[in-house]
Design a binder for this molecule. Structure first.
Ligand SMILES: Cc1cc2nc3c(=O)[nH]c(=O)nc-3n(C[C@H](O)[C@H](O)[C@H](O)COP(=O)(O)O)c2cc1C
Length: 204
């Protein structure tokens, strides 16, 4: 038996809880930005993904108008820092609703380092940073999707295996429903099947 859920009947919060408990696990963009007056901001966003391959574009969504969105609109740049398992509590602490102008880097005690191509600093202890220039923003209902062209990427060599980022070394956190977070479990590997190799397929 299946249970039906109608967003029009349930209302915003209940359906949001259903969506975030079913679209799982979500990767976490730990987004650093700076305001026009130079204050550095850091906040996790799990409405996050790759939007385009060429040019490389990533996206995150601000639900409501958060400081990250405000800064992106003011300065046109952001950095996506990977959220590793070992920084679990610090990442959660940067989701605190500090007043505008309070830097999560300072309040939580997170070391920053300069970015190569953009103004917002990178998180020094994060193994991956994607430096982005805003491509465009898209208002959708109560949310705004921010698309950013990745103009530079850095990866800690400790998490590279044969020059490629290794998920077992990256140990990224993910966001689940409620207050739940996930870590990487078993990693499965399988080759994609080409249609030409599909059983029973004959060329021509
Ligand atoms: C793991 C995690 C994921 C989150 N994902 C989002 C998200 O995708 N969009 C959003 O608007 N807020 C998200 N939040 C909440 C923001 O991080 C929180 O509102 C934060 O205070 C925003 O900071 P800012 O105002 O400095 O931008 C998330 C929180 C956590 C802990």
């Amino acid at each position: 038996m299946r249970v039906d859920f109608d967003p029009a009947v349930m209302g915003r919060t209940s359906f949001y809880k259903l969506l975030t408990a079913t679209v799982v696990p979500r990767p976490i963009a730990w987004v650093s930005t700076v305001s026009a007056d130079g204050s550095a901001n850091l906040a996790p966003h799990s409405f996050f993904g790759v939007a385009c391959v060429s040019p490389p574009i990533v996206q995150f969504t601000s639900v409501g108008r958060k400081d990250s969105l405000r800064n992106v609109e003011e300065t046109g740049e952001f950095v996506v820092n990977l959220a590793p398992e070992r920084l679990f509590e610090q990442i959660n602490a940067t989701a605190t609703d500090f007043p505008h102008g309070v830097s999560e880097f300072d309040a939580v005690g997170i070391e920053r380092e300069p970015s190569t191509r953009v103004k917002p600093p990178r998180v020094a202890a994060s193994p991956v940073a994607l430096e982005c220039v805003v491509h465009n923003t898209l208002g959708l209902g109560d949310s705004t999707v921010v698309f950013g062209r990745v103009v530079h990427a850095v990866v800690d060599d400790a998490v590279l295996a044969d020059g490629h980022p290794d998920v077992r070394a990256l140990r990224p956190l993910t966001r689940l429903g409620k207050d739940e977070w996930g870590t990487v479990g078993d990693v499965l590997e399988i080759s994609r099947i080409r249609y030409a190799d599909w059983p029973g397929h004959r060329e021509g």
